[in-house]
Write a protein that binds this ligand. Sequence first.
Ligand SMILES: Nc1ncnc2c1ncn2[C@@H]1O[C@H](COP(=O)(O)OP(=O)(O)OP(=O)(O)O)[C@@H](O)[C@H]1O
Length: 350
Amino acid sequence: MTSLHAEVAVRRGAFALDVTIAAHPGEIVGVLGPNGAGKSTLLAVLAGHLVPSAGVVRVGERTLTAVWDQRVESAVRPEHRSVGLLGQDPLVFPHLSARENVAFGPRATGTSAARARVVADEWLAAVGLAGLADRRPDALSGGQRQRVALARALAAEPAVLLLDEPFAQLDVRTAAELRELVREQVRRTRTATVLVTHDVLDAVTLADRVVVLHDGQVVEQGRPLDVLTDPVHPFTAALAGVNLVVGTLVALPDGSTALAGPDGVVVPCASQRPGGRAQVTFSPSAVTIGDGWSATVVDLEPGTTGVRLRTSGDVLVDLPPAQVAQLGLHVGAQVRLSVPAEHVRVRPLT
Ligand SMILES: Nc1ncnc2c1ncn2[C@@H]1O[C@H](COP(=O)(O)OP(=O)(O)OP(=O)(O)O)[C@@H](O)[C@H]1O
């Protein structure tokens, strides 16, 4: 039962990563971010595949990586770090049975063949593959192979588990089952876990905490619920399916304050004074159609509750299909939009 603590700086040409991350025993920390944010670079440092420009990686009392003033003081090799990895493609040996694959870790640390077999069978039962121990990977489904890979990673009793989009190749149902299994096993074994993902479902169903990376920097972090209901960064807002508009606080003729955003977007900011800049967030389902600012429909797509419109100013609007039909909405249509003040979260920008 050990914690992970890492402070990592990497310089790769123009790209700079500066991240501090920690995971407690049994905790799953989700790392989210757009392409190129630095997620894989961070994982590579934690796994020991990349020596950072500066920083430290500690697991419990052990220092796995330490680089200061361009001196590498410690760089434990990947196979000696006690760090397990589960990626998109199951890491399994094709020529070994499921049992032999899972027994590999215990065998490598000196466990007898007989004992490693028992441990492997226990793990295969824990991941729901009790009857399939003798099968080779090519006689298993993708989801089953990923279960073998999970059992294999955990049978080695790693201090830290790194998950790199482990459900990305699986169908929706299998992914949901695997998420549940990962959560259960991480909790049971109290393994500190870092989960890199693009998928908001992973964040909300698995992560205890999320860290959002952008351009190599942590732009926000916290409990998934908090981060996704009140996102600070446009990437997180898009992930959460929430509108985020940045603009200037202005006085309206009726004396109230509103945020004036790009493309004529006007959003009420009741509690604010005019002057200065702010950002507002609001749900696409909170936007009403009929009066307010003038916008153009840019595209329409099926939404989770009806039809989702993207409008000029990058504002998303969710409407029931009947309303879309009634109003005859189409790409290029002009609409008037408004958001009731009570649905708007305002964050002044300094
Ligand atoms: N071997 C390398 N040499 C130089 N630069 C690299 C190397 N690998 C990645 N980079 C750069 O480092 C930055 C971060 O890349 P990284 O792969 O860590 O991002 P990511 O968040 O994992 O992206 P994705 O979601 O697309 O996998 C990018 O600008 C990338 O071009």
